[in-house]
Design a protein around this ligand. Structure first.
Ligand code: KG4
Ligand code: ZN
Length: 402
């Protein structure tokens, strides 16, 4: 089955086409084409993602990126010289009424493109920024109408879960997906989520723990701001923390460790919840106390913060694995790009009675290959039900578990 997937939940415009096969027993994926266009430079001056700017960028990017991926040979891209007048274009004008830039691009280009060889179109429904989500959804609805393809709404977090079982993001060969043995635990760590989910079987989820305040990625971003590092903060903290590790053998250590040891929030709370807001405030107080910081001090604080986060997340995840006798640990979300967290989970799983699935670095951040793969499993599950559903809208706080 060939799936075209569209992801616009935040500040990445992502499109892909995959071919998936094998069913639940022996799933395989072939990534035919994929593209991710990041808006980091647009949002950087604002210190965070501005929803309406994100929407505007998605509007500009979607049609050119679609044309780009459709040029892949096996999709038989064909640009008609003459316009293929579609009877659906009046309806398209209605669907894209709130995205005038996108509508213009759509009407200029899409009627000239021969419908590609795909079976279904998928789009992220939520969670995410609603103005950004709507742009992708309306685009997908218009395309589904003009090309007469079924349309499937997908939960972004389910995408992050399945990103972990794709061996190689850069391969265009057919690849066997990593096996999942149930029960499994999914650890989701992103800019908006920190969750531990019990995966009882394919597509059956139960939330067992979550953050009570800030998501872990949000905490990384806020601490980066406190340390006056540029946006986006997560990768900056990660890089600085690594430089602190590298210089830790030198005899000059800028801070007295007794004075800046940061807390490990909720480490012994006895449940699977997290809290990162207090940790962020502890960093703020420390920085206020120290006054002007040099680069070494910043690196030391970044490392301390990262150590605290990694310790809490690893400890809680391991106790969830033990409590539920889980056989697979699935990890997903932007924060799993963090080298220290990756390594900690890899080390903890080395001689453990479970296997670890962790995404290729190219698939940790938002992408649409993960959305396409989730679509495949959703469609397998709905084999006997109606697959196409066009009367849905964006849901900013869409949940996987309720
Ligand atoms: O999954 P994602 O790309 O978007 C959401 O769905 O939220 O996650 C983005 C988050 C941001 O908070 C970003 O700072 C964080 O992931 N992040 C990192 C690293 N790379 C990205 N956090 C820590 N270390 C990293 N290397
Ligand atoms: Zn995400």
């Amino acid at each position: 089955m060939k799936i075209l997937a569209i992801e616009t939940s935040c500040d990445e415009t992502a499109l892909s086409v995959i071919e998936a096969s094998g069913g639940f027993r022996a799933p395989q994926i072939k990534i035919i084409a994929q593209v991710v266009s990041s808006q980091v430079s647009i949002h950087a001056p604002w210190g965070g993602v501005v929803p309406n700017l994100a929407k505007r960028e998605h509007e500009k990017n979607l049609v050119p990126l679609l044309a780009q991926i459709l040029k892949t040979k096996s999709l038989r891209f064909n640009f008609f010289k003459t316009r293929n007048d579609s009877k659906h274009l009046t309806e398209v004008e209605k669907i894209l009424a709130k995205e005038p830039d996108l509508l213009r691009e759509f009407l200029k280009n899409i009627p000239h493109i021969k419908p590609p060889k795909i079976d279904v179109i998928a789009v992220t429904q939520g969670p995410g920024l609603e103005p950004a989500l709507w742009t992708g959804i309306n685009f997908a609805k218009a395309l589904a109408l003009v090309w007469q393809k079924p349309l499937v709404p997908i939960n972004h977090m389910e995408g992050h879960i399945f990103s972990s079982i794709i061996p190689k993001a850069s391969s265009h060969q057919t690849q066997k997906l990593e096996g999942i043995k149930f029960p499994a635990i999914a650890l989701l760590v992103s800019g908006g989520h920190t969750e531990l989910i019990l995966v009882k079987n394919w597509l059956h989820y139960k939330l067992i723990g979550r953050t009570r305040d800030d998501a872990v990625g949000e905490a990384f971003d806020k601490v980066a701001r406190i340390l006056e590092l540029p946006y986006p903060g997560g990768p900056q903290i990660s890089e600085l923390a690594t430089s602190a590790i590298e210089t830790s053998n030198t005899d000059h250590y800028p801070l007295d460790p007794r004075h800046h040891s940061l807390p490990r929030p909720m480490l012994h709370s006895g449940d699977f919840d997290f809290s990162f807001s207090g940790l962020k405030t502890a960093v703020l107080y420390l920085v206020k106390k120290l006054g002007k910081l040099d680069k070494k001090q910043k690196a030391q604080i970044a490392k301390e913060f990262q150590d605290a986060v990694v310790e809490v997340i690893t400890t809680k995840t391991l106790s969830a694995m033990e409590k539920y006798h889980a056989k697979t640990l699935l990890v997903g979300g932007g924060v799993i790009a963090n080298t220290a967290l990756r390594q900690s989970l890899i080390d903890a799983s080395k001689d453990a009675p479970w296997s670890l699935s962790i995404p290729d670095l190219m698939l940790t951040g938002d992408n649409s290959v993960m959305i396409a793969l989730a679509t495949y499993f959703r469609l397998l599950d709905r084999r006997n039900k109606k697959t196409s559903k066009n009367n849905f809208g964006a849901v900013g706080n869409l949940s996987l578990t309720s």
